[in-house]
Ligand binder design. Sequence first.
Ligand SMILES: Cc1cc2nc3c(=O)[nH]c(=O)nc-3n(C[C@H](O)[C@H](O)[C@H](O)COP(=O)(O)OP(=O)(O)OC[C@H]3O[C@@H](n4cnc5c(N)ncnc54)[C@H](O)[C@@H]3O)c2cc1C
Length: 559
Amino acid sequence: MTDTIPPVPLTLTSRVDQAFPMLTSAQIARIAVHGQVRHVQRGEVLMEAGEQTPRFFVVTAGHIAIVRPSGVTEELVVVLRPGQFTGEVTMLSGRRGLVRIRAGEAGAVVELERDYILALVQTDGELSEILLRAFILRRVELIAHGFGDVVLVGSRHSPGTLRIQAFLTRNGHPYASIDLDRDAGVQALLDQFQVTVDDVPVVICRGVVVLRNPTNGQIADCLGFNAAIDHTQVRDLVIVGAGPSGLSAAVYSASEGLDVLVLETNAPGGQAGSSSKIENYLGFPTGISGQELATRAYTQAQKFGAQLLIAQSATQLACDRKPYAVAIDHGPRVLARTVIIATGAEYRRLALENLAQFEGVGVYYGATFVEAQWCGDEEVIVVGGGNSAGQAAVFLAHTARRVHILIRSGGLAESMSRYLIQRIEETPAIVLRPHTVITALEGGDHLERVRWRDNQMGTSETHAIRHVFAMTGAVPNTRWLGGCVALDAQGFIKTGADLSPEDLAAARWPLARPPHLLETSLPGVFAVGDVRGGNIKRVASAVGEGSIAVAFVHQVLHE
Ligand SMILES: Cc1cc2nc3c(=O)[nH]c(=O)nc-3n(C[C@H](O)[C@H](O)[C@H](O)COP(=O)(O)OP(=O)(O)OC[C@H]3O[C@@H](n4cnc5c(N)ncnc54)[C@H](O)[C@@H]3O)c2cc1C
């Protein structure tokens, strides 16, 4: 490690005071009650990168350096002086630490186990604010600078690469990316790990494990996303799905003292996480990206002690036993006294023969900054006339040369909010094409051309457009329930007063009381958000339902 240590963080350009605050002696004293003073020698490693149970240090004398190991050398990330502390969001999640912590000179630190930090952020309002803000800002910087324990070697033209990029980004995990088509010197790296070009995408995990075209689950395993979570205990509440409704239920239940586990197939945020900007959610007058909202909610849920299993899908609900058992696609089943189903809905796919060939490489179901980057300033198509289509079009128009909105109907008035219609009308780069449908997709490794038909004029045209955003609504994720709960004609889950006497008789409802609000035909199993019949498909209603369901979970647990 270098001897010339700069006095300020190397990477941060703004909000340095908040990312690396100086604690007062009174605040340090409150922390020290839960920890122990440790004297350190110059060069001593306090914590190694990749350790599964991160510990927390406050510097009280001397200085410590946060470094990133790189082979036999180290790259200095930041120097912490008396009053400053270590840690970032892995402190909440219990995932592997990303950096090495080394004493820069002889001195002293207060050392704490992670459990005490979790308790502190739940009980000490002042320290909670300081620590959480610092942890989040540090993670933002790590992501911005690709300071992670993952290198992704891939190509912009490979769906696998795009999938992994989206998985890491939406899980807020920092990574460095090497594009085979653009970056020189790739071959040397591939040779080092005995990887051929045919193996891409390749994920190099913690500098040692090489995964060839891994599943999201394999990446989660390698990075230890779920390692700190105990599968075996019977939970007060298992929440399936970590979209806005599931995360809301997690925040309310964990903050009210329940032992809660959340299962999530992909990444926190759900559909909302793929929204470029949510402008109608209360309290965010200038809008908030779905990714940011999800990250905040996830951190908040963890702060209160909720645990989240990432890249683990519920595959079955065993509803003929108590406690209920939720089977997951790999790993042991989890046991639950109560269950909240928050699995949302899946995008409707365009009815085109070769659609699968272009999914992820020209056809997308979300419009975030990730997809916008892939499109650059090219022309794009947005299919659909709902609010999500409108938002995507307005967002993409910032960077794309032209955005064509294709709708079957004659106009947007029936299906889209007035404010979005107005935005579209005021944006010259957006062209609305009513009565128009895509009839063919053409290309090789990537979408190259789109053919569309104007049903009113009876004309067809082919355009050299390489990016299509399909925003045509969704179908509920209820297949895994295997008949355990009553569904409506469209497959959405029936709850509360929507359950008819016939539904309850068919389900053999065993209790004298009727189902609670949001309770399904199975006692103690609730449904919230987009997966629920009659739900208003909005972030606010999903969040509201998540919180309401928790109130009834308490009642069921006391029955
Ligand atoms: C592009 C876009 C933009 C939008 N913009 C807005 C907006 O501006 N304002 C607004 O109010 N609403 C907006 N919406 C709608 C809003 O996002 C949804 O109403 C909201 O996300 C529903 O939340 P949810 O938690 O019920 O479901 P979802 O968000 O669908 O989340 C469900 C989660 O469950 C997971 N899951 C599914 N099956 C399983 C399983 N078997 N096991 C484990 N996990 C599973 C999924 O991976 C997903 O993460 C938008 C939607 C989209 C697609």
